[in-house]
Design a protein around this ligand. Structure first.
Ligand code: FES
Ligand SMILES: [Fe+2]
Length: 452
């Protein structure tokens, strides 16, 4: 059935947006999982936050003390450290943590600092039998216990229990989370219903096929908030409008996480013309005007065509069950945000974002994109090494991200300009849309709870 939507002739309410997406789901060629229809709006409708939240060193320091030192945060994937002694360094706001696989298959994390005079133990990821500090050679076992100490006689104050400073670790969905607060709540309590909402699409059945990071000239919240609503498509990615129902998106919040679902191969109601099915397909597949048309078959919608292709592709991994998957699961962008900074996409989409401050500079951050792909057999492949892009590199220098690179470049043009405006001392507050910026308001409301 065609994906015609009413053109935008009057203001939309949150209920209108929700209902427009429910209408898309009602036209699905298969049964859509109930999780798509959950309606859980954020109750607070009006909110502004001080612009200094994105610019001031004081607010950054508050985030470090009250959030980064207290909250569960994704440090790496399990497949980054599959065998004994493999470790990853996770840096957050000047604090460095080593996450390392143990002999019994468990995972431990230690502060990346020598207990003697404070030298960082490791600067790059790798595999070790022990951690030997390069300054005076004191070494620790991979479980953090003291291994060897030259001139130990000269340290009568040091006992055999001089272990590295431990950091809490837990796992979910193939992710390794760490928490610097020894008194933190259990990870599963923090996640709430999130594992249940991912039950049908278990992220532990994926491996990190691609990992790209880039330094950006903006606060980490400016960067992540650019990915928490779909209505900027109208100006920032207008080439996509024939194929994205930008203002047909739904927004929901649940405890410490939120989500947005934006339908694809559905035209934007912002358009004052009805695109053909081919035009919707071309927009979504980023066809340049001088490229040959990849014609979709007659008598079929762009939505059905793309969904059929993806079902057939997934048949390799899922067998015949792939043919039962709904068009929504094959097409729509379901982007979750787990406080404070993790953005895994739901369903069979493989994208994930993470955002972090760049050291302790409130005007710089690191954005990462990972592609979490399914794999065959029982052994999860080793996770891809991180491909680091510098602040002046272009996203297209990471071709492994495919079509995402050009979209990221468009987002990337806004971010430093937002930061510049916020730092210009011209704006006291930032204001948010009632419905379409639900995820951002939810984030700041959870942040308020942590920093109070
Ligand atoms: S600082 Fe590490 S052994 Fe001295
Ligand atoms: Fe964008």
């Amino acid at each position: 059935m065609t994906a015609t939507l009413p053109h935008l002739t009057s203001p939309l309410s949150a209920d209108d947006q929700y209902q427009m997406y429910m209408d898309v789901l009602d036209r699905d060629s298969r049964t859509v999982p109930e999780v798509y229809r959950i309606k859980s709006p954020f109750p607070e409708v009006s909110m502004t936050v001080p612009a200094s939240r994105y610019t001031s060193r004081e607010f950054h320091d508050l985030e470090v003390e009250k959030v980064w030192k207290k909250v569960w945060q994704m440090a790496c994937r399990e497949e980054d450290i599959p065998t004994k002694g493999e470790y990853v360094i996770y840096d957050i706001a000047g604090i460095s943590v080593i996450v390392i696989r143990q002999a019994d298959g468990s995972i431990k994390a230690h502060r990346n600092v020598c207990l003697h005079r404070g030298r960082t133990l490791k600067e790059v990821d790798g595999k070790v039998d022990n951690f030997q500090c390069q300054f005076h050679g004191i070494s620790w076992n991979i479980d953090g216990t003291l291994r060897n100490m030259p001139c130990k006689w000269d340290f009568p104050q040091v006992g055999d229990d001089w272990s590295l400073k431990g950091v809490k670790v837990d796992t979910w969905g193939g992710f390794v989370f760490i928490n610097l607060d020894p008194d933190c709540e259990p990870l599963l309590d923090f996640l709430g219903d999130m594992p249940k909402q991912f039950e049908k699409w278990p992220l532990e059945k994926r491996f990190k096929q691609v990992h790209v990071a880039k330094v950006l000239r903006c606060n980490w919240k400016v960067a992540q908030e650019a990915f928490m609503e779909s209505w900027h498509v109208v100006a920032t990615h207008s080439q996509l409008l024939p194929g994205i129902g930008d203002i047909v998106a739904t927004y929901d919040t649940f405890g410490n996480f939120s989500r947005a679902i934006t339908p694809n191969a559905v035209p934007s109601p912002h358009l004052n013309w009805q695109p053909t099915e081919q035009e919707m397909f071309d927009a979504l597949t980023d066809r340049n005007l001088d490229e040959p048309v990849n014609a979709i078959p007659d008598e079929i919608t762009a939505r059905e065509h793309i969904a059929n292709n993806r079902r057939n592709h997934l048949q390799n991994e899922l067998g015949e069950a792939a043919q039962e998957l709904s068009d929504a699961e094959m097409l729509d962008s379901m982007v979750y945000t787990l406080f404070p900074n993790l953005h895994p996409w739901g369903s069979y989409n493989r994208t994930l974002y993470r955002f972090r401050p760049y050291g302790n500079d409130p005007s710089m951050c690191i954005m990462e994109c990972m592609i979490l792909s399914p794999y065959e057999g029982d052994d999860r492949p080793h996770g891809a090494k991180m491909h680091m892009l510098g602040v002046d590199d272009d996203w297209t220098d990471a071709p492994e991200l495919g079509l995402l690179t050009r979209v990221f470049n468009q987002d990337g043009y806004n971010m430093p300009m937002v930061q510049r405006g916020l730092e210009s001392d011209s704006l006291q507050e930032v204001t948010f849309a009632e419905y379409q910026e639900t995820k951002i308001r939810h984030f700041h409301s959870v942040l308020d709870e942590w920093i109070k």
